[in-house]
Design a protein around this ligand. Structure first.
Ligand code: PAF
Length: 279
């Protein structure tokens, strides 16, 4: 595996790969890799000739300086994991190079970004779309892989590709969970031992609510989940929404599309998100 740090170098490499008629699978990450990321690499490996994983902690998608400062970084360990997983190239540019000039890209995702993460983290999705669109320009991947845990991010990126008429195929990948049900996330490593031991409550509350769906209404499910979190003193619920899986708009009853539940919770100063499907 080769590590590439400069944009010019990755652009040059990609033109060589493309000249050989090979397909490229891109796995965009912010590093601090875990088994969830490696499952994306594994899927990409099966579907493409060459795998490029980008590792870049994108400062402009953080709307909280402390969250950016505390975001875990360990590029040496990431490279070892990627090499083992069969990745061909890791692309890890510096923020100074990526944002040598103040970024000016402005995206409009309409109602997709006025709920949940978009509502709670102003500017977040513009920052995500800016870096992902730049990665797509530099790397011109055949396919790009994103986890379904960031359900709204996935919808935004699909919309971005549609708006830009980009030929990149977006491949959604299922959430990978710890054995106790906690969704894998780079943020989990910031939990204390004590908080980590109870973090699985997030998924168990969601699972319990799914098991009740035949007997109670969606608004009762919403109240149930909110109430369960209010009973746990360590957890501070930021939002729980039941949304249409295509439009991401809140729903009170099942329509033509599927329904997913999206949650953001604070636990011991760490913000965790999870997603579960009801229909
Ligand atoms: O999901 C992430 O890790 C990031 O939001 C992404 C897609 C790599 C963009 O910085």
């Amino acid at each position: 595996m080769r590590k590439i740090d400069s944009i010019n170098e990755v652009v040059g490499l990609v033109s060589e790969i493309k000249a050989q008629g090979k397909t490229i699978g891109l796995v965009p990450t912010m590093g601090a890799l875990h088994i969830g990321h490696l499952s994306l690499i594994e899927k990409a490996r099966k579907e493409n000739d060459i795998i490029i994983c980008s590792v870049f902690v994108n400062p402009i998608q953080f709307n909280n300086q402390e969250d950016l400062d505390k975001y875990p970084r360990d590029i040496e360990k990431d490279c070892l994991l990627l090499e083992d997983a069969g990745c061909d190239y890791v692309f890890s540019p510096s923020a100074e190079e990526v944002y040598a000039e103040k970024p000016t890209e402005t995206f409009n995702f309409g109602a997709l970004e006025t709920v949940m993460e978009g509502k709670m983290r102003p500017g977040h999705f513009n920052g995500v779309a800016t870096i992902v669109s730049r990665l797509f320009n530099w790397i011109n991947p055949t396919r790009a892989y994103f986890g379904e845990k960031d359900f709204q991010q996935l919808a935004i990126i699909k919309d971005m590709v549609r708006q830009l008429n980009s030929p990149v195929e977006i491949v959604p990948c299922p959430i990978v969970r710890e054995s106790d049900g906690l969704a894998m996330s780079s943020r989990n490593m910031r939990l204390s031992e004590e908080k980590r031991a109870i973090a699985s409550k997030i998924n168990s509350i969601l699972k319990k609510s799914v098991s009740m769906k035949e007997n109670i209404s969606l608004s009762q499910i919403k109240s149930f989940v909110k109430n369960e979190f209010s009973l746990l003193k360590d957890f501070e619920l930021e939002y729980f929404e039941l949304v249409d899986d295509a439009t991401l708009q809140p729903v009170n009853q099942k329509g033509e599309n599927g329904v997913v539940g999206c949650v953001a919770v604070w636990l011991g100063g760490v913000r965790l998100i999870d997603v579960i499907r009801y229909y």
